[in-house]
Design a protein around this ligand. Structure first.
Ligand code: GTQ
Ligand code: FE2
Length: 372
C-alpha cells in the first residue's frame, strides 16, 4: 500500500512530549501509515481526555416538526416487508449523519396509519415504545397483544417476535428507543423475519404479561428465584406511573422523604425479577417537576434522551439552552451538565444507556458540588 492509500494519517505536531520534526521522523510516520500503525503520543489528547469529551452534541427536536413529517411519510411510504417499519430516527449532529441520537441509543418517531400492519420480526437489539399522545395501535410481543396508549411505556426486549397493528380509524405516532448504535458498533446484531401473515388479531383489555407480572410487589410463585435479563412486563401503564409521581409529591408536602430533590419526583421502570433496569442496555425513568422547580446541575457518564410529556420546560445542557413543550425530544451527551426549570410544572420521560456503564464499572455522576 502506498502512503496516499493508507487509511491512517498521523498528526505530527510540536506539542509537549512530541519528537523533533525531521525528515527521518516524517519517513518513520509514513512507514507507520503504510503498516496501519498509530503511535499513542500523537493521539493521547483525543483518546484519553481528562474528562469525557463526547462527539455527540446536545440537540432538540420539536414534536411540531417531527409529527407532520412522519404523517407525510405515512402518505408516501408504505409499511411492509423489507423496510419493516415507518420509523424516522433522530440523527445527532455530532455523529456524522448516522441515524443515532447518541453513540449508543436510537430514538425514532414511528407512524402507523389506520388499518396498517408493521410486519413481525425479531432482533437482538432491545427496544421500547413510549406514547406521548394517541392510541389505537397494538403491539404483539411473542404472541401477546399489548395496547398502546398515552403515557404507557412498552417493552420489546431482544429476540422477541413483534409486530404492530393499527386497529383504529386514526393514525398513531410514538417514540421508539433501541440500543441499535451500541449493537452496531459492537458487531453483535442478529435479525430474523417472522411469519408474513398476521394471525393474532385479538385486542384483550390486558396483555398476558401484565396479568402475570404487573401487580405491585407480587410475583408469580411459579417463577420464584428466576432472574431474567429483561423485564417480563410488556407494558407499564400511565395510571401507575402517574400515581407514583403524585404520591411522592404528596409525601413531600407532608414532610416525608421520597423526592429526588425539592419539587422533583422521579420513578425508574424496573425489572421485577431483579429490581434492576428493564433491559440490560437501557434505563427508563419518569420525572415530574412542580411549578417553579429547578433541578440541580447534574452530569453523568453515558447519554440520555428526554421527551416532554406535559408542561413547558427550560433546559440547559452545557452551552445549549432551549424551551421545550409536549412531545419535544432532547439529547444529553455524556458528562454534559443538565439543568431543567419549569414555571408551569412538567412531566418528562427519560431513557439512557446507564446500565451499560454501571455494569462495566465506568459510571460516574456529579451533582452540583459533590461527586457520588
Ligand atoms: O418497531 O420493531 O424504530 O425494529 C427501529 C427498529 C422500530 C420496531 C424502530 C425496529 C422497530
Ligand atoms: Fe423491531
Amino acid at each position: 500500500m502506498t502512503p496516499t492509500e493508507s487509511l491512517v494519517r498521523i498528526k505530527s505536531s510540536d506539542g509537549p512530549g512530541q519528537p523533533v520534526r525531521t525528515a527521518e521522523l516524517d519517513a518513520l510516520y509514513h512507514r507507520f501509515e503504510d503498516e496501519l500503525l498509530v503511535p499513542l503520543w500523537t493521539e493521547i489528547g483525543d483518546l484519553m481526555p481528562t474528562q469525557p469529551s463526547p462527539a455527540a452534541r446536545a440537540h432538540l427536536w420539536r414534536w411540531a416538526t417531527l409529527l407532520p413529517l412522519a404523517a407525510r411519510a405515512g402518505e408516501l411510504v408504505p409499511v411492509g416487508r423489507g423496510g419493516e417499519r415507518r420509523a424516522i430516527a433522530l440523527a445527532n449532529p455530532g455523529l456524522g449523519g448516522a441515524p443515532y441520537a447518541t453513540p449508543t441509543l436510537w430514538a425514532a418517531i414511528q407512524y402507523l396509519c389506520p388499518g396498517e400492519d408493521a410486519p413481525v420480526h425479531r432482533h437482538t437489539q432491545h427496544a421500547f415504545r413510549f406514547v406521548v399522545e394517541g392510541e389505537g395501535v397494538w403491539t404483539v410481543v411473542d404472541g401477546d397483544p399489548v395496547a398502546m396508549r398515552r403515557g404507557d411505556f412498552l417493552l420489546t426486549p431482544g429476540w422477541r417476535f413483534h409486530g404492530h397493528h393499527n386497529v383504529s380509524d386514526v393514525p398513531m405516532a410514538w417514540l421508539d428507543g433501541l440500543d441499535i448504535p451500541f449493537v452496531h458498533h459492537t458487531g453483535s446484531a442478529f435479525f430474523e423475519l417472522g411469519p408474513d401473515t398476521v394471525t393474532e388479531r385479538e385486542t384483550p383489555a390486558r396483555s398476558r404479561s401484565e396479568r402475570l407480572w404487573a401487580h405491585p410487589g407480587l410475583r408469580p410463585v411459579s417463577s420464584a428465584g428466576e432472574r431474567t435479563t429483561s423485564s417480563p412486563i410488556a407494558a407499564y401503564r400511565w395510571e401507575h406511573t402517574d400515581r407514583a409521581l403524585a404520591d411522592q409529591l404528596t409525601l413531600e408536602d407532608e414532610g416525608h422523604p421520597g423526592v429526588v430533590e425539592p419539587g422533583h419526583a422521579a420513578v425508574r421502570f424496573t425489572n421485577p425479577t431483579s429490581g434492576g433496569d428493564v433491559m440490560p442496555t437501557i434505563r427508563a425513568e419518569f420525572h415530574r417537576l412542580r411549578p417553579g422547580a429547578t433541578t440541580a446541575a447534574r452530569r453523568e457518564v453515558g447519554s440520555s434522551v428526554f421527551q416532554v410529556f406535559t408542561g413547558e420546560v427550560s433546559v440547559r445542557v452545557g452551552d445549549a439552552a432551549w424551551t421545550a413543550a409536549r412531545g419535544d425530544l432532547f439529547v444529553v451527551p455524556s458528562w454534559q451538565p443538565l439543568t431543567i426549570t419549569t414555571d408551569s410544572g412538567a412531566d418528562l420521560f427519560r431513557f439512557s444507556d446507564t446500565p451499560i456503564f454501571e455494569r462495566l464499572g465506568q459510571h460516574r455522576v456529579r451533582v452540583e458540588g459533590g461527586a457520588r
